[in-house]
Design a protein around this ligand. Structure first.
Ligand SMILES: [Zn+2]
Length: 72
């Protein structure tokens, strides 16, 4: 959880809700627990969800990609 929050702050230092512009959020993790054995990759597929405390808009990011430095 802390790693995901740090990655969010690093990637989006001025984070605001895409719908209403508020800047306060609730955060929760979606664990990588829904993949079928034999098909699942070894990749970290955890997802972090941020929920706007003002309007309830939900936004999700795959943590592995969130932590990858931006290119281009
Ligand atoms: Zn909002």
């Amino acid at each position: 959880m802390e790693g995901a929050r740090a990655a969010l702050r690093r990637r989006f230092p001025d984070l605001h809700c895409l719908r209403c512009g508020a800047d306060s959020f609730l955060v929760r993790m979606w664990q990588d627990g829904s993949l079928v054995p034999g098909v699942a990759s070894d990749a970290d597929n955890r997802v972090v969800e941020i929920i706007c405390e003002n309007c309830g808009f939900q936004e999700k990011h795959v943590v592995r990609l969130l932590e990858t430095p931006a290119t281009g």
